[in-house]
Design a protein around this ligand. Structure first.
Ligand code: NAD
Length: 513
């Protein structure tokens, strides 16, 4: 990693050998056990981060509660100005942060830079939004009365994030939460803790330069136990959790028990439908990037290709041929297409999927396997694989977070393809490749895709920050990022004002004294 300037990047991001993983801004502490972060790229130790104890957590919450009292009184456009400065810092540190994302998580450097760009984009979006936190006005049924609604901040937003987007998901949440007047406590994935410390260092500088109090941006670190400190804590009105469906079910019940709000962004099982009218060249690009980009570790990664029987052999041959061109190796080297997956557990999940698909009656079209030898010492590099399968196979129903693509065949109408596409528990991203207007509109209609994201002539993978991001069913139902996703970070209040000398009741009720 030295060849790729990692040492310089770590220094620019203020990462020392042992980092305190609990922070209220410029105050760093953390008395829990230490997590060692090693890179899936070369297996080397990048750094150590201390975890958060219950006592540390109490300090963090007290600091966040105090900061909220101050922060909520700043006019929203001034909060937007802070987020604008944060975006500027991200522009300045885009390269080192992109490198760290690539090295700690394993995605390609280009994708690491892309992730930081997404943070910059959401900051820009939030700055504009800070002048547009609009409520409606309504006409009262009573004379001399005015009725309107306002959005007020909620308080502390607890953010729990996954390893695969170790920095962007935090920014999607914080940029909107901050302009809304909330303060944030973030628990990054225990698999990418240094990305968390780096981001916290960046925002802490901005807050300090503006003489803002500690507690507006807080960091806690550790595994699910630290997450549970927040999910069971009534002082944290909103929990935004990104990760597996398994985690989401637990978080939803813990937060639900105390009637808190949760925003859940969970697993996907995304498909591209390839109809007889598809452009094969576009299909291949969309499908291959969707399946092998980020080594198949995006929530929107393409897991299933649902191909019309008339196109099946043609598409199959083209996708298999494209897999033959893929270069697997160090993701910091821009000549490579596919980097490592996150850790040995993920490798075991990948091996299991390839075993299971054969056991359940599938057929391997592109062989998988774990790479070894020079350049692959971490043991986390796997070959992207393709298998022919059917939708009812239990392994096809399951989200394997690795580059395994299933080819499924359909015949007849696009409705049959939709039955397969919707016939899984998850509902995140979906796509149709077609030049046929009727098929495209059918797919987008209320009898079409049941996913939160439905694309025409684009793959399933990735999304722009301007739209609301999230999915239905086992994906959890939450929406983040663009459109009116900001509303979940605020509480709505309906106000009715009487400017007469009478006190008429609603619905014409008489109550004479
Ligand atoms: P994970 O569920 O193992 O962990 C996610 C986070 O949840 C981590 O910070 C973890 O410590 C925490 N956590 C786990 N159990 C918890 C509990 N009981 N209480 C509180 N916190 C808990 O997921 P992962 O392996 O890091 O990420 C991969 C998964 O995330 C995939 O399923 C992927 O599809 C999903 N994901 C979804 C989106 C989306 O926007 N829909 C985005 C990225 C990733």
């Amino acid at each position: 990693a030295k060849d790729f300037g990692m040492d310089v990047a770590l220094e620019q991001l203020g990462l020392k050998e042992t980092n305190h993983g609990t922070s209220t801004g410029n105050h760093h502490f953390g008395n829990g056990a230490t997590i060692t972060s090693s890179s899936p790229v070369d297996g080397a130790v990048i750094g150590k981060v201390t975890t958060t104890t219950q006592e540390d957590y109490e300090k963090v919450v007290a600091s966040a509660q105090a900061a909220f009292k101050d922060w909520r009184m700043k006019p929203a456009p001034l909060r937007g100005e802070i987020v604008r400065q944060f975006g500027e810092e991200l522009r300045r540190l885009k390269e080192p942060l992109g490198k760290l994302v690539s090295y700690e998580m394993g995605k390609s450097y280009q994708e690491g830079l892309g992730e930081v760009q997404e943070m910059i984009d959401i900051c820009d979006f939030a700055v504009g939004l800070s002048r547009q936190l609009h409520g409606l006005t309504m006409h009262s049924e009573r004379p001399g009365h005015r009725m309107y609604e306002q959005y007020h901040p909620l308080g502390i937003v607890g953010i729990i994030s996954a390893f695969n987007f170790p920095v962007a998901v935090w920014a999607w949440n914080t940029a909107l939460a901050w302009i809304s007047g909330d303060v944030c406590i973030w628990k990054p994935s225990e698999k990418t803790p240094l990305c968390g410390v780096a981001c916290q260092n960046i925002i802490a500088t901005v807050l300090k330069n503006n003489n803002l109090p500690e507690g507006i941006s807080c960091l806690v670190n550790g595994d699910y136990k630290v997450g549970e400190m927040m999910t069971t804590d009534k002082r944290v009105p909103l929990i935004s959790a990104t990760g597996s469906t398994r985690m989401g079910r637990i978080v939803a019940s813990k937060v639900g028990e105390r009637l808190g709000k949760s925003l859940l962004e969970l697993g996907g099982n995304n498909a591209i439908i390839v109809t007889p009218d598809a452009d094969v060249k576009m299909t291949v690009i969309g499908a291959v990037f969707g399946a092998v980009g980020t080594a198949g570790q995006r929530c929107t990664s393409t897991r299933r290709l649902i191909i019309h029987e008339s196109m099946y052999d043609k598409v199959k041959d083209a996708v298999v041929a494209a897999y033959g061109q893929l270069k697997i190796g160090n993701p910091l080297d821009e000549n490579n297409h596919v980097g490592p997956i996150i850790d040995k557990d993920a490798v075991a999940g990948y091996n299991n999927a390839l075993e299971q698909v054969v056991k359940q009656g599938g057929k391997i079209l592109v062989e998988g396997g774990v790479l070894s030898g020079a350049g692959y010492e971490s043991g986390c590099y796997v070959k992207p694989a393709i298998a022919e399968a059917t939708n009812d196979m239990q392994i096809v129903q399951h989200e394997t977070f690795a580059p395994v693509l299933y080819l499924l065949k359909y015949s007849g109408d696009v409705e049959n393809a939709l039955d397969l596409q919707n016939g899984v528990a998850q509902g995140l991203s979906s796509a149709i490749m077609t030049n046929n207007l009727r098929e495209a509109e059918h797919f987008l209609s209320q009898r079409g895709s049941d996913c939160g994201i439905a694309n025409v002539n684009i793959g399933t993978s990735g999304a722009e920050i301007g739209g609301a991001f999230g999915g239905e069913k086992d994906t959890g139902g939450g929406r983040e990022s663009g459109s009116d996703a900001w509303k979940v970070y605020m509480r709505r209040q309906t106000n009715t004002i009487n400017y007469t000398t009478e006190l008429p009741l609603a619905q014409g009720i008489k109550f004479d004294l």
